[in-house]
Design a protein around this ligand. Structure first.
Ligand code: AMP
Length: 196
């Protein structure tokens, strides 16, 4: 059973890597960004509340995000382990997660931080905006998202660094190269699922 947090600025490839890790380790991939986008598309109350923040590249308020995430990790499929992608994004979120897991005698096993220089990030984001047409990947919104994310990630990295579970992974290179580095880091705490 493994509980992983993956940290990385937008464009660091964290979503792609998180999906691979989930498959490789047979754990669930939980992306708060995906959850908010799905809620916005479905037009639920949560989605309507989140939409404005997302369009401006701002963070959805902590309590809304924390409630949504804690509910998700309480579902049966998350019992076997999970990789959190896009959460925690603030010190308050990290503390709330720690408290909720501790109540069940659990904790986060490892936090991987994927590091990519700013110019590589901006280049990747611009390409994704062209390919996927995500409105929050537009250059001016992307720059604001990067700024907000950078502050949050430092707080979260400090939180987990103090607990000795933070591992930094070089995110420059092909998807396979980065995946191999990530696997190596995770092998220290989590078994891989054997595939034929
Ligand atoms: P992402 O796809 O992870 O970049 O998330 C897209 C948007 O969803 C963000 O720009 C935020 O508006 C919102 N969001 C996702 N995760 C969080 C979080 N942990 N805390 C607050 N807002 C979030």
């Amino acid at each position: 059973m493994t509980r992983v947090v993956i940290l990385g600025l937008i464009g660091a490839g964290k979503g792609t890597q998180a999906v691979r890790v989930a498959e490789e380790r047979d754990i669930v991939h939980i992306s708060t960004g995906d959850m908010f986008r799905a809620a916005a598309t479905a037009g639920t109350e949560l989605g309507l509340r989140a939409r404005g923040y997302m369009e401006r590249g701002e963070l959805v308020p902590d309590q809304v995000t924390i409630d949504m995430l804690l509910e998700r990790i309480s579902e049966p499929d998350a019992e076997g382990g999970f990789i959190l992608d896009g959460f925690p994004r603030t010190g308050g979120q990290a503390e709330a997660l720690e408290r909720a897991l501790a109540e069940r005698g659990l904790g986060v096993d490892v936090v991987t931080r994927i590091e990519v220089p700013q110019e590589v990030l901006l280049d990747r984001i611009a390409k994704r905006a062209d390919l996927e047409g995500r409105t929050d990947d537009r250059p001016e919104v992307a720059a604001e998202r990067l700024r907000v994310q950078r502050t949050g990630i430092e707080d979260v990295a400090r939180f987990y660094g103090a607990r000795g579970v933070l591992v930094v992974v070089d995110g420059v290179g092909s998807v396979d190269e980065v995946a191999a580095r990530l696997s190596e880091a995770l092998d220290r705490v989590s078994p891989r699922v054997e595939t034929a």
